[in-house]
Design a protein around this ligand. Structure first.
Ligand SMILES: CC(=O)N[C@H]1[C@@H](OP(=O)(O)OP(=O)(O)OC[C@H]2O[C@@H](n3ccc(=O)[nH]c3=O)[C@H](O)[C@@H]2O)O[C@H](CO)[C@H](O)[C@@H]1O
Length: 401
């Protein structure tokens, strides 16, 4: 899913950064990546991918995901998030691929009626179009399964994904002002922003600030691997929470980030944000019982790995070269050394391009060309024999968060 985010975010404004992100993923997994650039609403493009590979299952990460933005452009949210699912289901159906993992969200629970929230909690009282698009997707998938019992569908309700890969090589790199808490905190710590605005300290929580169930992205990724195993065992249609079961307040996160980074995180208390709930955290026991999956990383790891990525890449994947005179905002020799190791040099770009070309040459055909001007999209299929995963998503001039 990190791949999805990297491609999504950088495609619109700076194509040059895409190979760097992919290059880093290749370093981590030790394989060349094959990815397609295509629109999830482009049925022909999707069909071509299915024709060119023998695909076992699809992880459907596609989606616009900014709560605030979804009020401004609801039609784009419904078109991308729901239309994309319909197009993908049709393509899968046509090509006999009947195994799907879908990225849902705890947002489908709305303001929780009880805590911790389990999968039996009522859904649908969503507070924004983004949330409604996730809920409608769940309803569509349930109806679709009722008519297609030979399918296996796992819907994963993510709580609040944060952190970065433990290597610090890949992580969240929001364009513009971050909408979510953790990347904002990281950017304050690294000196890109002066202070965090905390949206309200008068909630009915232990310190008055909002409480969430933050989950490390590596744990989240492993949850998907567990879901794929369930598909292989013909699980039918299932829904699982992916969370830790622990709630932390905004001030808890700030304190932990200060501790792990050794940096100050200045903040101001401001008004509540529209649509925020006081507290939500998961009951993750169904995933433990049925998928054999449990989150292992706590808040300390989430902050430490987030900080590692942020400090090694102060301005994300656009971080200028240390070798070319940029001084990272971080201190400490190890960080500087690693930053140099991760710096994008011309030589590495050439090597990256060579590896990409070499990987592409092993494809039966060339990657799909995109259509349209302001809308570009990325599909990815790992290669190394049979592609196991296909991710597909669509971005627009607005992009994701
Ligand atoms: C209701 C809803 O749709 N929630 C979505 C939103 O979760 P959340 O709104 O829970 O995530 P978030 O990271 O935006 O906010 C977490 C907590 O931090 C607070 N906060 C956040 C930013 C900031 O600058 N200052 C501040 O105080 C915020 O009020 C909340 O109490 O985004 C997530 C993406 O990761 C998921 O998509 C969730 O489904």
């Amino acid at each position: 899913m990190t791949l999805d985010r990297c491609l999504h975010r950088h495609r619109a404004d700076n194509f040059q950064t895409i190979p760097e992100c992919i290059y880093r993923i290749e370093e981590i997994i030790g394989e060349a990546l094959i990815f397609y650039e295509a629109d999830v609403l482009d049925a022909a493009a999707l069909c071509r991918i299915f024709k060119e590979h023998e695909i076992d299952c699809v992880i459907h990460f596609v989606g616009l995901k900014c709560v605030g933005e979804s009020w401004d452009i609801p039609l784009q949210y419904y078109q991308t998030n729901i239309g994309g699912t319909m197009t993908l289901l049709e393509a899968m159906k046509q090509h006999g691929v009947h195994n799907l993992v879908f990225s849902s969200s705890c947002t489908v629970y709305g303001d929780p009626q009880y805590l911790p929230v389990d999968e039996a909690h009522p859904t649908g009282a969503c507070t924004n179009p983004y949330g409604r698009s996730k809920h409608i997707n769940e309803l569509i998938l349930k109806d679709f399964y009722a008519a297609n019992k030979d399918w296996n569908i796992v819907m994963l309700r993510y709580f609040n994904p944060v952190g970065a890969h433990t290597s610090g090589k890949i992580g969240e790199d929001p364009q513009g002002v971050p909408n979510n808490l953790m990347p904002y905190v990281a950017q304050v710590a690294v000196g890109r922003r002066s202070h965090l605005n905390i949206f309200g300290d008068d909630y009915d929580t232990h310190d008055g600030t909002g409480v969430r169930d933050y989950i490390h992205v590596v744990d989240l990724g492993k949850g998907h691997v567990a879901a794929i195993k369930a598909l292989e065992n013909s699980c039918g249609c299932k829904v699982y929470n992916l969370g830790t079961g622990h709630g932390y307040s905004v001030l808890d996160v700030v304190a932990e980030f200060r501790r792990t980074s050794g940096r100050d995180v200045a903040y101001r208390i401001t008004e509540r944000r529209d649509g925020d709930v006081a507290a939500t955290y998961s009951c993750p026991s169904a995933a433990a019982r049925e998928l054999g999956w449990t989150a292992v990383h706590g808040l300390s790891d989430m902050c430490a790995h987030m900080w590692k990525f942020q400090s090694l890449n102060p301005t994300g994947y656009r971080s200028p070269s240390v070798a070319n005179g940029h001084t990272p905002v971080t201190d400490g020799e190890t960080v500087t050394d690693d930053a140099e190791a991760l710096t994008v040099t011309d030589a590495r770009r050439r090597e990256c391009t060579r590896r990409q070309a070499s990987a592409a040459a092993r494809l039966p055909r060339q990657p799909i060309e995109t259509t349209g001007e302001s809308v570009t999209n990325d599909d990815g299929a790992r290669k190394g024999g049979r592609p196991l995963l296909t991710t597909a998503h669509r971005t627009s001039a607005y992009g994701a968060k």
